[in-house]
Design a binder for this molecule. Structure first.
Ligand SMILES: Cc1cc2nc3c(=O)[nH]c(=O)nc-3n(C[C@H](O)[C@H](O)[C@H](O)COP(=O)(O)O)c2cc1C
Length: 195
């Protein structure tokens, strides 16, 4: 009997380094991981996007790109963060989700997060990210995170308000992860079960 720890995968859609978004995603992943015995991994698109853009369609995936895509598909919990670019997610993040197979996302819990230059784009998680994961039949969690540049110092999150909200999101995420332990993998991953 192989017992593997549930895997939390953070994805930062930022294409630059250092990144406020990466800092936010890592904080969320860390706060969820503090609530149980979980494995964690964070994918930064600043590194992954050049690999992923070498493949424009799923059948063309290189071995290296496939490994990134499969990490996302196999996650038990996803923490997705993007900087707001032109009122939406980055093209790099969208490309990653154009390459994944939607069937792996059924009932997968997802925490949505974004950073932006203006608070006026704070609903980007609702209007851009939630519909994408709705299409994928994922279980987007109710609490989303949004932080503006003033919430960071040297790209490190310093806002107590955002930190407090992360605790709420982390509670929801840990609850979803624990519920998922009682679901048979075959119910969640119909593709993997028959592959
Ligand atoms: C190409 C580009 C487009 C942007 N578009 C927006 C925007 O539409 N709305 C907004 O609030 N901020 C916008 N910003 C600001 C970034 O969202 C903000 O600086 C973000 O925190 C950067 O995250 P990062 O440090 O993780 O890269 C834009 C920045 C860039 C580079």
């Amino acid at each position: 009997l192989i017992v593997t720890k549930p895997l939390i995968v953070g994805v930062s859609g930022s294409v630059t380094r250092p990144s406020r978004t990466t800092s936010l995603v890592r904080s969320i992943v860390q706060r969820v991981a503090a609530r149980g015995d979980y494995a964690t991994q964070t994918i930064e698109l600043v590194d992954a996007a050049p690999i992923l853009f070498a493949s424009l369609t799923r059948p063309q995936l290189t071995a290296e790109a496939r490994a990134i895509v499969e990490t996302v598909e196999n996650a038990d919990l996803l923490v997705i963060g993007t900087p707001v670019y032109r009122a939406s997610m980055t093209g790099a993040l969208k490309h990653l989700f154009d390459l994944v197979h939607h069937q792996y996302f059924t009932s997968k819990p997802v925490v949505l997060a974004a950073t932006g230059g203006t608070a006026l784009h704070g609903l980007v998680t609702e209007h851009q990210l939630r519909p994408l994961f709705g299409f994928l039949n994922a279980l987007t969690l109710p609490t989303t995170l949004y932080a503006i540049e003033a919430d960071f110092e040297d790209h490190r999150l310093v806002s107590a308000k955002v930190a407090e909200r992360i605790e709420r999101a982390a509670d929801e995420a840990a609850f979803a992860l624990e519920s998922r332990r009682h679901t048979r993998p075959a119910d969640i991953h119909p593709l993997r079960a028959t592959a």
